[in-house]
Design a protein around this ligand. Structure first.
Ligand code: C5P
Length: 260
């Protein structure tokens, strides 16, 4: 087992190019204020505090001058003490944004952690668990949490049943085997590149079904390992998520330091 001193040279890809329409702020999600600071700044501070990366490649909405200035200011704040910050234009889909950032990763990088800027409060411990699994030899590793709700499959009801309710249950999935998946997702750089090269040839419906990078590695037939995530690493998507994140920040110790 490798310790932190022998970890591979690692870059973080921070995808922050989403529109954030579901939050309804009329601005890119990364710019939406959380506890008085943009979501993107929380995410960046978390990555720097975790100390796992020598470079952070940030995919931003094309032509968003405000977020670019935010990163310039953060660069000044870090002085010479932090990772290299690289900005790229994101794409139409999350996978496109990851590909843009991957192309800007420095020569000599051995491992890449792909992280959603929308997971602004991911604790350092999650970054460490993912990085450690890579150092221990995993080619792909994801943070996961148990699913607390019972999960069922449903279908549209036919005939008269539609008068009772729009859907009918077709089965119940065993919760034992289910996990909800978070980021950062960690990869050997060659594995992530191969996965995204394969994805470039996907037809539209297959491409639309891909919701994370680990899925691309699964499609290559390579093993994906899982470590413990954290519930406060929620992806801020809806106004309710933002309220939750605000509440976490106001907690007695600050969200980043609370496990669970
Ligand atoms: O839309 P969703 O919440 O699933 O996005 C997850 C992450 O991917 C967000 O941090 C978002 O900014 C990023 N994203 C991106 N480029 C896109 C779409 C989403 O960087 N075209």
């Amino acid at each position: 087992m490798n310790d932190a001193a022998t970890r591979p040279v690692t870059a973080v890809i921070l995808v922050a190019a989403g529109s954030g329409q579901r939050l309804g702020y009329g601005m890119p999600k990364a710019a939406v204020p959380l506890g008085g600071e943009p979501i993107l700044l929380h995410a960046l501070r978390g990555i720097v505090a975790a100390g796992v990366a020598s470079q952070v490649c940030i995919a931003l909405p094309a032509a968003d001058a405000g977020l670019r200035q935010l990163i310039e200011d953060f660069r000044v704040e870090l002085a010479d003490g932090g990772p290299l910050l690289t900005m790229v234009d994101g794409g139409a889909t999350r996978a496109d944004s990851v590909r843009s950032a991957l192309a800007a990763v420095e020569e000599g990088t051995e491992a890449v952690l792909v992280h959603d800027a929308a997971r602004a409060l991911t604790p350092e411990s999650v970054f460490h668990r993912v990085a450690q699994a890579l150092a221990n030899g995993a080619s792909a590793v994801i943070p996961v949490i148990p699913v607390v709700d019972t999960v069922k499959t449903v279908a549209a009801t036919g005939g008269n049943d539609a008068d009772i309710a729009p859907l009918v249950v077709t089965g119940t999935v065993s919760r034992q085997e289910l996990r909800a998946v978070q980021t950062p997702q960690g990869f050997k750089v060659d594995t992530l590149k191969a996965a995204h090269e394969a994805a470039a040839g996907f037809d539209e419906s297959t491409a639309a079904a891909v919701t994370d990078d680990a899925m691309l590695v699964e499609l290559l037939g390579e093993p994906v390992h899982a470590v413990r995530g954290a519930s406060q690493s929620l992806k801020i998507t809806t106004p309710l998520d933002l309220i939750l994140a605000e509440g976490l920040l106001e907690g007695p110790l600050g969200a980043r330091w609370v496990e669970g």
